[in-house]
Design a protein around this ligand. Structure first.
Ligand code: 8BR
Ligand code: 8BR
Ligand code: GLC
Length: 455
């Protein structure tokens, strides 16, 4: 059996030395404000009665495409609670936006993959980042941590990089209302099987992947200042909205590839099949992609691999052999060089290249995730050491045994059909503070960590 605790210790020490050496990461495109509301049973039940219980229940059976009424909002929240599943929908109606605003929140936090990774990489790890923020309101700016975090600003035709707090844009606030519930949360006759959240996005910019002129017109110059790029936020696109942003993305990828900048795609759950197919068609221009089991399954579906898609959702913990088969298909079909898969309990990375640094970066990411689950927010790279005390997930032993048997995996590394497969069991925090943003912490840390280990 592998001595995981020793490997974990080695990985965090390695990361503390290496990660701050990274000179610049470009982050596009989604940044928003997360207004987090912890749901209360009585309050929610009263609202459901007032809005019309039957109407609300209808939407808890099947999610609407977007939210245009209060019963749809409450029904969608119920949809998530009943299943213990996350979901996110665009809130189109102004009266519903006003309703959510009046309902209120318990906490305001940085949101969006870009915002969360900007604060983590720039504010905590000290790695300079250039972030795309579609709208910089005062509130949005105030949520950025101090540190080397920059947004492009154009003054008298010249590009400047400034901290978001110095941008002084008096723009709109893009607010995502996050309705969180704990495991066992009861409402009407329902009980949540696990903790999770429903997100109502009162946001006209991130939801259509609006890309600012400062970025479009100076992209070449911006790219010269970075060594890596991470792209996210394509998940909210629909058949009606995807064309223009996907075209800009293709142009951006061309520039990034010209400068040999490795680009990672953070693939969040993308409900629209057409958009998923579009993303699949540009995946080969990315160096790396990060996803979970639901996302990998949804990609297998559009690739015509129905059986594999179902297998990925059939077991807990997720069958690692099915995951590896799916990753191989994805790598061969698209040419993407690195696939980072994360699920509750373990991570895998399939890479075209070899080395223990790939596995060590996964270990660093798992510690960062556990630290985030423990504390809600990490405040320094050194603080991640505290997560060493969190126990390794026991169920992952079975996963490791299956991989050892199938692929002769040793110390978390195997050779599979010409690729390297790296595996790690993760540390799971018993009672996490909140689950929003853990996925971003995992993917950002692993990608940047891996790159830093070979600098
Ligand atoms: P977890 O709850 O395990 O994190 O899973 C998140 C899942 O919620 C997604 O992968 C997807 O299955 C589901 N989901 C999300 Br997010 N948005 C959804 C939507 N608009 N419609 C249906 N399912 C959604
Ligand atoms: P997604 O939302 O993208 O699925 O990312 C969530 C990831 O966070 C999971 O894959 C899991 O690895 C990790 N995670 C969760 Br959820 N709860 C955790 C916990 N309590 N401790 C550590 N990691 C956790
Ligand atoms: C999505 C949501 C955003 C949230 C983020 C967390 O981007 O729109 O509100 O902060 O996911 O990963």
């Amino acid at each position: 059996m592998t001595e995981w605790e020793g490997l974990y210790k080695g990985a965090i020490e390695r990361a503390i030395k290496s990660v701050p050496k990274v000179k610049g990461v470009l982050l596009g495109y989604n940044t928003n404000i997360d207004a987090i509301k912890y749901l209360e049973r009585k309050d929610l039940e009263e609202r459901i009665e007032k809005a019309g219980r039957d109407e609300v229940l209808k939407y808890s059976e099947e999610l609407p495409e977007k939210i245009t009424s209060v019963p749809q909002l409450l029904g969608s929240i119920l949809w998530s609670i009943r299943r213990g599943k996350a979901a996110e929908l665009f809130v189109e109606s102004c009266p519903v936006r006003f309703y959510m605003k009046r309902w209120g929140w318990n906490e305001l936090r940085m949101g969006g993959q870009v915002g969360i990774m900007a604060n983590l990489l720039g504010g905590v790890y000290g790695v300079p980042v250039i972030a795309h923020v579609p709208q910089l309101s005062r509130l949005q700016a105030s949520l950025f941590l101090d540190g080397p975090i920059y947004v492009p600003k154009v003054e008298n035709g010249k590009l400047k990089l400034v901290h978001p707090k110095e941008f002084q844009g008096d723009e709109e606030s893009c607010i995502h209302f996050i309705y969180e519930f704990p495991r066992g949360f009861k409402v009407l006759e329902f009980e949540a099987p696990r903790e999770n959240r429903f997100i109502g996005a009162a946001d006209d910019y991130n939801t259509t992947v609006f890309i600012r002129d400062e970025f479009r017109e100076n992209f070449d110059e911006i790219v010269k200042k970075v060594q890596l790029a991470i792209i996210s936020g394509l998940q909210a696109l629909t058949e009606e909205t995807y064309k223009e942003p996907m075209e800009i993305l293709r142009q951006h990828l061309e520039v990034l590839n010209d400068y040999n900048i490795p680009v990672h795609l953070e693939f969040a759950f993308t409900p629209d099949e057409k958009v998923r197919k579009e993303i699949l068609s540009v995946l080969g221009k990315f160096y790396s992609v990060g996803l979970n089991e639901v996302e990998l399954s949804s990609i297998m579906e559009v690739m015509g691999e129905k059986e594999l898609a179902e297998k990925l959702l059939a077991h807990d913990p997720v069958d690692p052999i099915a995951v590896t088969q799916a990753m191989l298909k994805l790598a061969k079909e698209t040419g993407v060089k690195r696939i980072h898969f994360h699920t509750y309990g373990y991570y895998l990375a399939l890479t075209e290249y070899r080395g223990e640094h790939v596995r060590d970066a996964l270990l660093f990411a798992a510690l960062a995730a556990a630290a985030k689950a423990m504390k809600g927010n990490i405040t320094s790279l050194e603080e991640i050491r505290d997560a060493l005390s969190v126990p390794i997930n026991e169920k992952a032993r079975m996963v490791e045994e299956a991989l050892a048997k199938e692929y002769s995996m040793n110390n978390g590394i195997a050779e599979v059909e010409g690729y390297q497969l790296a595996f790690i069991p993760t540390k799971i925090v018993e009672k996490p503070k909140s689950t929003v943003g853990i996925g971003d912490t995992i993917s950002g840390s692993a990608f940047v960590g891996e790159f830093s280990f070979v600098l």
